[in-house]
Write a protein that binds this ligand. Sequence first.
Ligand code: MF3
Ligand code: CO
Ligand code: CO
Length: 250
Amino acid sequence: MIIKNKKELEILREGGKRLAAVLNKAANNAIEGVTTRELNDLAESLILKSGGAPSFKGYKAQGAPHPYPDALCVSINEEVVHGLPAGRKLKNGDIVGLDIGMWYEGLCTDTALTVLVGGGKNKLIDATKKSLELGIAEVRAGAHAGDIGFAIQKYLKSEGFGVVRELVGHGVGRAVHEDPEIPNWGKRGVGPELVENMIIALEPMATEGGYKVKLSKDGWTWLTCDGSRSAHFEHTLVVTKGGAEVLTLL
Ligand code: MF3
Ligand code: CO
Ligand code: CO
């Protein structure tokens, strides 16, 4: 969406901030022995307590066997994104992506992060997070989607990681997914132009192996084709004249 007035910006700012707090709390609870269902239920109750509603629940994707049933996507190791929180127990050493979206006063934001269960450092997680920051640094009115994709891809490749191509960032705000598509790969100066007051979600996905992904039998969870582990980070932001204002921050 392109915001029309100050009121819409204020709503997205407040919604984004509240959603960031929800995701942060869910991430702090991603410890050994906790189930993905427990994390989902915690996230959903925190969303409701924040005065919002889960935007993923009931979301219909083209070709999916049923609407998305939950508030949170939990994607473990070789699961890239859109993992269903069916009740698997987390183990130390798991790389766990948590992705969440929330309606707040009629508009929605979308954010994700990846944690290493049990703590410690992980190169894939750190590089994916940094790639999102590098992508955000490209954002400004007049930039092209390809500028973002180029920066993300170049960095992740230089670190030796695969860059998922089939899934992309997107416009957001009035719907979970809107135009334009923002790939995490591409060429400078190519692709849709960003305009002032446009709301977009950037979301690089990287793997320890190849870039190819496939949909699992459950119809929702994306997996790496080679079984390598993957990480995902996402922020919703507003495009400004000179840069970006990230909305999904604490
Ligand atoms: N949050 C995902 C994204 O970043 C979309 C999730 S839709 C769902 O694009 F239905 F899978 F939850
Ligand atoms: Co998301
Ligand atoms: Co998104």
